[in-house]
Design a protein. Sequence first.
Length: 377
Amino acid sequence: AQPALCRSDLVSGSPLVFRHSWLITSDEFFWIAQNEYVLVSNSELQTGTANTKGTEAKATVPKTNHDCKLRDLFLSFVTFVFAVGFIATISRMPQNKVAVVTGSSSGFGLLTVVELAKAGFLVVATMRDPQRRTRLDAALAAAGNNLVSQIDVRQLDITNFEKIPSAISEIVREHGRIDVLVNNAGFAVGGFAEDVLLEELRLQLETNFFGQVAVTKAVLPTMRAQRSGHVIMLSSILGLMGQPVISSYCASKHALEGWSEALRIELRSLGIKVVLVEPGAYKTDIWTRNVLVSRGSTDDSSPNKERSRSYVAGVKESKQEMADPVEVAHLITRLAQDPNPRLRYRAGRDAKIGYFMRALLPWNIWEGMVEKRTKIR
């Protein structure tokens, strides 16, 4: 520790009594003199350093004007170098982290764009048809704080695989980086499995699985170069279990789950985090405007026509009981800022309870419950 002396007690060149306990365990240490800290080497205080028993000894504080000037000059130089380096580092840092959200015209995507902007992200909101941005603009205006200045709306059809790489490259050229990718775009094909046409099933997989894969693959080179990034997949609790009448949707989400789990392990050493968000039933357009009812299920010749109608009526009836989708947007925003997120996050009371009950109950009891709940029997 420093000697506990008043500066007024010290006069340059005068004898000074000190004790061994004042010494710093080093080749050099500081004394206080003439209202300055003065560096004194052991060679200048040979009497003092020899005092190992704590007895009193005398030493003379050296003249310090020249030493102080050299020291001040050195400290000024170090401060200047540090300041230049700090400013250069700050100038290279992005002012806002950049997030890309697909399917931003409605539902989870729209709400996530707003919440990420509130959190300070610069958000590239992509959608198949930018003319449908009206709801997004209204939500941003309602949120206030001039959030629209943090939004870049772009056209992106995730089923047009050939154009995805150039679209992502353009985003990187303009904004310099991509810190977060939220793969949200998707829809649901409704219909009993035997009625769904193969072309409808193919479209379901191309959008909900291959489209997400294509966008992710286009973004990964940028994240690899950064050695950082978050890839957040909007999956579903139905990626972990099957449900009648939307078997095509379940298949697409099961594929996304398996691919994402493998991808997370592959990217683990690169600082890129892959996360699956698995919502239950929420009040979004997935069950209305973004659902494609199979032509086969509505055909008069379908043996499942009446059961299909019963199922659709049940979905419409239960929609009023579904949770607010902003919960999922809040979760995604939190995960986008989490440096070490888990692989899977289930969202919604029904998703958490349903997953637990499926694992706990005997299969014959579980499938009977699902059959009754979906009103297909």
